[in-house]
Design a protein around this ligand. Structure first.
Ligand code: GZL
Length: 613
């Protein structure tokens, strides 16, 4: 009797344990693995601190932390272990970018991957959050200029190994900015500290005190290096040499802020991105739309006297109610633009933000007048989609003097003053141009091709950067020749006029491929090609950028051959940025949207029906 009853009895006893175990497992909705490259520097300790603090706000989120102790082999082992635990998403700050790129690419095929701090080659990851390292170097030169004044001086640059992209970029930014704007700052070759850490920096200077002869200031690529250097200067009795550091974690970290402790003169700080990483991880795991491809964090100079206030002193708010946003739009030149406007207006409604919309009809003078109207009306925030990159500095300075923050969406302005706007939200136009060129190379190989290029609005960021990206891959020399290029101003009529004229005056035209900077111009080209009795997509291959429904339909019909996406659906990201701004949060320097490409094989009727623009 007992034997029969035993299993039932055991189940009865175990059930409460099992149920609480099961209920606990049910509760951990998501398990995130963090692979940090090391914990040797305050910045990395702060990164983990911020990741943990943010994750602790979500009870159903668990995080496992690993520390690679600066070893790529150990980082690979750590990742294997994390995958063994069945993590749902990996957050990684890679040790050695080159060696970790294929490893991360493999993981990305299985689970989402967020990369922090050092970006890998290519785009095989879900999201990158990190600083613009060349900009950090530029700010380092500015900090040295503020320290040394007009007479300048000799500066010893102390860097990590230059095979690290981040070190190379910081050094490039430092040298270029010093050479072009502060020639009195005299930089020699950087002193390379390998491994890049505090103690090695200290030992190197103690072993070579002569390195400090005739030095007026020291610039270090990280605050770990700065701490080591400051210790060596004390030991050598050279506290007279000021140090400009990099990385000091901002905000409440305190302990990592070497400036506050008086150990260094100033530092170019970048937030770690830890909080943003957790927030975006939840968006990704909950399959929310609008997750960008890159979030480029803002850096700013921190010194004993001041902290460059990129963030305005804006009042914290709950919902958007009561926020007035002045929106200066380019015009209605293309389907992309019409969808972009719709996306912004719709999102403002959803976020309960009052929008004042102005359409400049591609006229810069009118757009600048719209900006001045917003300033007069004292809107809370200005959203600008600048028609071209030049000519906005004066009016944006007026907005700053009126304490009205400006966000750029879709296109950029050209200005050394990075504080004229709070963030840029839009596509990676250079990569869009490269993707178009790579497709052509794949089709024509060594044979080469004769190409006609349809440019967008002259001086507009997508025109400038799509061409630059395209020309990086196809420089127009050798077998790949650019027969002709002209600007169609992003309009269908513009694309039609260029191609119709060219085909009329060149018979046979010799054109094998047309690359257009947007869909509307390629649709105009199709009209012109048909009029000449030629078959678009067959007699002449056609490639364009945007990914509108009309272009995908032409692709499906074989009238086009390749489409590169540039999403106009920026509304949600723009309004999230407005809300963050009004709540006093720091905004990233750039938010770069996620984009794909389309071939005819990838496009079917359901995809076209689902296409919202
Ligand atoms: C891109 C946007 C471009 C589109 C065109 O962000 O500025 O302008 O590619 C649009 O279609 O006219």
């Amino acid at each position: 009797m007992l034997r029969k009853a035993l299993p039932l009895l055991l189940l009865f006893l175990l059930f409460p344990l099992l149920s609480c175990r099961v209920s606990h497992l049910e509760k951990i909705e998501f398990l995130i693995g963090v692979s940090n490259s090391s914990m040797l520097e305050e910045w990395r300790i702060q990164l983990n601190r911020e990741l943990k603090e943010e994750a602790d706000r979500y009870p159903f989120l668990s995080v496992i932390f690993t520390d690679a102790a600066s070893s790529t082999e150990k980082q690979m082992e750590d990742i294997d272990k994390l995958m063994g635990f069945g993590i749902d998403l990996l957050i990684i700050s890679p040790c050695d970018v080159e060696r970790m790129t294929p490893v991360i690419s493999g993981i990305y095929g299985t689970i989402p991957v967020i990369i922090l701090d050092r970006v890998v080659d290519g785009y095989d990851y879900t999201l990158f959050i990190g600083p613009d390292n060349e900009n950090i170097g530029r700010l380092g030169a500015l900090a040295l200029h503020r320290l040394l004044g007009a007479e300048g001086g000799r500066v010893l640059e102390i860097s990590g190994p230059l095979d690290q992209l981040s070190s190379r970029s910081r050094s490039r930014g430092l040298h270029r900015e010093a050479e072009s704007r502060y020639p009195a700052i005299r930089l020699g070759e950087p002193l390379i500290v390998t491994p890049q850490n505090r103690d090695r920096a200290e030992d190197l200077l103690l072993e070579n005190p002569g390195l400090l002869d005739d030095i007026d200031a020291i610039y270090t690529h990280t605050d770990g290096l700065a701490l080591g250097v400051s210790r060596a200067l004390v030991a050598l009795g050279r506290r007279d040499i000021p140090i400009v550091g990099t990385d000091s974690p901002s905000g409440e970290s305190g302990s990592g802020d070497l400036v506050a402790q008086g150990l260094i003169h100033s530092s170019v700080e970048s937030s770690t991105g830890g909080r943003e990483a957790v927030r975006f991880a939840l968006d990704i795991l909950n399959r929310r739309t609008g997750v960008p491809k890159q979030v480029i964090l803002r850096s700013r100079i921190v010194s004993g006297e001041s902290r460059d206030l990129g963030e305005g002193t804006l009042l914290p708010r709950e919902r958007g109610s009561g926020i007035t946003l002045g929106y200066a739009q380019v015009g209605t030149e293309s389907q992309w633009r019409v969808s972009n406007t719709k996306s912004i207006i719709q999102a403002a409604k959803e976020f309960d933000i009052d929008l004042i919309y102005r359409d400049a009809d591609q006229n810069q003078e009118a757009q600048i007048a719209h900006l001045r109207e917003f300033i007069r009306r004292r809107v809370d925030v200005i959203l600008l989609s600048p028609i071209v990159e030049e000519g906005y500095e004066e009016v944006l300075r007026e907005a700053r003097e009126a304490a009205i923050p400006v966000l750029l969406s879709d296109r950029k302005i050209n200005s050394p003053d990075e504080e004229l706007y709070m963030t840029f939200i839009g596509g990676d136009f250079r990569e869009e141009g490269r993707r178009a060129a790579r497709w052509i190379l794949r089709q024509y190989g060594d044979k080469g091709a004769r190409i006609l290029e349809l440019w967008g609005t002259s001086g507009a960021t997508p025109t400038v950067e799509r061409h630059e990206g395209f020309a990086e891959i196809i420089d127009g020399e050798g077998p790949y020749r650019i027969l002709f290029s002209g600007t169609g101003d992003f309009t269908r009529e513009g694309g039609y006029a260029i191609v119709a004229d060219y085909l009329q005056s060149h018979v046979p035209s010799g054109v094998e491929v047309i690359f257009a900077h947007n869909d509307d111009m390629i649709l105009g080209a199709i009209d012109a090609i048909r009029e000449r009795g030629l078959k678009p997509g067959e007699d002449i291959k056609l490639i364009s950028v945007d990914g509108t429904r009309a272009a995908l339909s032409a692709l499906r019909k074989g009238e086009m051959n390749f489409v590169v996406e540039c999403t106009p659906l920026l509304g949600d990201q723009v309004m999230k940025a407005v809300m963050d701004l009004m709540q006093g949060k720091d905004l990233p320097m750039r938010i770069v949207t996620d984009e794909r490409t389309f071939t005819a094989e990838q496009v079917d009727d359901s995809l076209i029906r689902r296409r919202s623009y």
